[in-house]
Write a new protein. Structure first.
Length: 307
């Protein structure tokens, strides 16, 4: 009986995920479709275990969003993705906090060298769910060359296969859907917080992908406005926390350093608080920082030095 309901549950998501692609206008013009989906398909997500939430995102949410015509972005996609991304961020943050606390306790208790298999399984499931969530954000918001959104490589043991050749964050551009999502304040906040918080979660592969393809294109959409000083400081600090967590991995470190430099270079003139954040880094060479900061704020001095 339990297997029957699980299969029925999965089939319903497959049908909904393919309905938009197959029916197009007939599906997306259904009155109050967003409200109906929110009150049914996205209801009681707390009761869905991690291993079932992941295929839901893959077979239902992603096709639903990617098949949606642009004229329905504001009436369908934004009302759905805003609450969904907010919920996923809270859920993942709580899970990663537990995992990090568990790791700290295991580091202190060196006698226990064989962690429970159940805990290892839970951690791997959270990793896979994290990658699925970040992949959903990526396919919705970011357009990059040679991108294939039909599959995701969240299944394999990718961490050992990460490349040290880091793509420049500026090579990724925001999609039309991404622009629409970033115009909605609640969705914009949810996307930015999820992307930058994930940099310090204990998944190096997800961190590298997010750093390379997601963080800067999203941030670039809001830096032209009047960001609060605390917000800019938080973005920059989140990247530094990512370095603290993943700095031992060459590819991830290179991506994070490039992102941190890009943020500092772009926003330092408007937000002097960024320098104060840098000064708080232990063992930083303040003379070198001062020289770099001076050249950054006075490009003429850099040209003279180059001559």
């Amino acid at each position: 009986m339990q297997g029957f309901f699980c299969t029925l549950y999965d089939n319903c998501f497959h049908i909904l995920g393919n309905a938009g692609l197959s029916m197009q206008q007939d599906f997306y013009t259904i009155a109050t479709l967003a409200d109906q989906l929110l009150s049914s398909s996205f209801n009681n997500l707390n009761n869905i275990p991690d291993y079932r939430l992941r295929p839901m995102l893959r077979v239902f949410v992603k096709p639903l969003v990617l098949s949606c015509p642009p004229e329905y972005y504001e009436t369908l996609v934004c009302p759905i993705l805003g609450p969904l991304i907010t919920y996923l961020h809270l859920r993942l943050s709580q899970k990663w906090q537990i995992i990090n606390q568990r790791s700290m306790l295991s580091d202190e208790d060196t006698a226990d060298e064989n962690p429970e298999s159940q805990e290892m399984l839970e951690e791997q499931l959270i990793r896979l769910l994290t990658r699925e969530v970040m992949d959903l954000i990526s396919v919705c918001c970011v357009s990059k060359k040679n991108a294939d959104h039909t599959t995701t490589s969240a299944d394999g043991e990718d961490e050992e296969m990460m490349s040290t050749d880091v793509a420049q964050p500026t090579s990724a551009e925001i999609t039309e859907l991404g622009k629409c999502l970033m115009k909605q304040e609640d969705v914009c906040v949810a996307l930015l917080i999820t992307a930058f918080t994930s940099l310090s979660w204990k998944d190096t592969l997800s961190c590298q992908r997010t750093t390379t393809h997601i963080c800067w294109p999203l941030l670039k959409q809001v830096i032209a406005g009047s960001l609060l000083n605390d917000a800019v400081t938080w973005f920059f600090t989140s990247v530094l926390k990512g370095l603290q967590m993943h700095g031992q991995h060459d590819g991830c470190m290179a991506a994070l350093v490039h992102l941190a430099f890009h943020i500092y270079e772009t926003l330092r003139s408007r937000y002097p608080e960024l320098k104060a954040v840098m000064e708080q880094i232990p063992d930083i060479q303040k003379e070198s920082l001062e020289q770099f900061d001076t050249k950054l704020l006075n490009p003429a001095l850099q040209k003279i030095a180059d001559k």
